[in-house]
Design a protein around this ligand. Structure first.
Ligand code: KG4
Ligand code: ZN
Length: 340
């Protein structure tokens, strides 16, 4: 039911999840339908863009209808439509963006083009009021970056990965040890059963900048796995634990450095890897020991991965500031906060 709230429908199709979420007044989650295509990509060990686009075409209408049904709304109850226009896979972005623009045109509603990474940050706004200035650590399959938000609509990148994204490192290592794609959650679960028996590098741990590099850990793991397999001594759980510990050591140390450099009221961790159990416990420890005045917000796991609700949440912020997009808006596969 509408009840005079501002209701935004958000569409996400940048990679391998077709999802539609509906958010009221920027914070209240009314629906979040997520259809994953993972089974279609699994045998290829990664996302196949053409297969992904076709899935989006097949599922987008279903997701919109189901989200409206779950939220118990009529189309006339909506106040705006938001859709991701980048970054992501070109053909995939096109499907959700076109659906969003068409829906907005058909219903004569304002349309809001959403930066996927801003969506990951604003997943923290669901059931929560973000305090500014804020710092976001974005950790996903395609990105690892620190973003400083002076206020709601200002995004400044303070550091980024120089090579692989952290989720990408998880997925590549998963492949080496025979885990299905995407491997983040499986490695996280295996790590909880393992011990820290393998010594791995922690790249850029002691550099003063806020950049990351994960390809060194990946290469070290590859060499280790090859050696251990030759000797038939590979302990997968211990490897997962040692790898996860190295990655989280770097993420935590860099976050400490970032929080020493910028004065913020809130730290948001967003993106698929934000669902990681060790990352959550180590960040909680860091904040309570060293930055007790800073609030830590990590969205629940279902909102960490790609979803339409985060798009609706950021769409609500754009609506509040009347940042309406033109219906000629094109997708931008390499959209960044630097180029937006
Ligand atoms: O944000 P997301 O859903 O998609 C992108 O925008 O990339 O992130 C997906 C990534 C994958 O690399 C996946 O392996 C990783 O998030 N991931 C995790 C966990 N759950 C998902 N990585 C570590 N621990 C997890 N629990
Ligand atoms: Zn994402």
């Amino acid at each position: 039911m509408k009840n005079n709230k501002q209701i935004i429908l958000g569409i996400e199709s940048s990679c391998d999840e077709t999802s539609v979420g509906i958010v009221a007044d920027g914070h209240e989650l009314l629906a979040n339908v997520i259809t994953s295509q993972i089974n279609s990509h699994r045998r290829f060990g990664g996302v196949v863009p053409e297969v992904a686009s076709r899935h989006h075409v097949e599922y987008i209408d279903y997701c919109i209808e189901q989200a409206m049904k779950n939220a118990d709304l009529k189309f006339s109850d909506l106040d705006g439509i938001a859709a991701t226009y980048g970054p992501g896979l070109a053909g995939c972005l096109m499907v959700g963006l076109t659906a969003g623009k068409m829906l907005a045109a058909r219903l004569d509603l304002p349309f809001y083009g959403v930066n996927h990474m801003a969506g990951h940050i604003y997943s923290a706004a669901i059931n929560h009021e973000i305090k500014f200035p804020a710092l976001a650590l974005l950790v996903s399959g395609g990105h690892t970056e620190f973003v400083y938000l002076k206020d709601e609509l200002s995004f400044e990148i303070l550091g980024t990965t120089l090579d692989d994204a952290v989720g990408e490192a998880y997925d590549k290592i998963g492949r080496l040890i025979g885990f299905n794609y995407p491997a983040g959650k499986t490695i996280d679960q295996a790590a909880q059963k393992g011990e820290l028996t393998y010594d791995l590098p922690r790249p850029m741990l002691y550099t003063h900048d806020l950049n990351f590099s994960f390809s060194g850990i990946k290469t070290a793991v590859r060499e280790l796995v090859e050696k251990e397999k030759r000797q038939d001594t590979l302990n997968v759980n211990n490897l997962a634990a040692s790898f996860q510990n190295a990655v989280v050591d770097v993420l935590t140390a860099k976050t400490k450095k970032a929080l020493e450099q910028v004065d913020v009221q809130e730290l948001i961790i967003g993106g698929g890897v934000a669902a990681n159990s060790l990352l959550k416990s180590r960040m909680t420890e860091l904040i309570s020991n060293d930055f007790p005045d800073c609030q830590l917000t990590i969205p629940p796991a279902r909102l960490c991965g790609d979803n339409g609700a985060m798009v609706a949440a950021f769409g609500s912020v754009l609506a509040k500031h009347q940042e309406v997009s033109d219906l000629t808006l094109d997708s931008n596969p390499s959209l960044s906060f630097r180029t937006a």
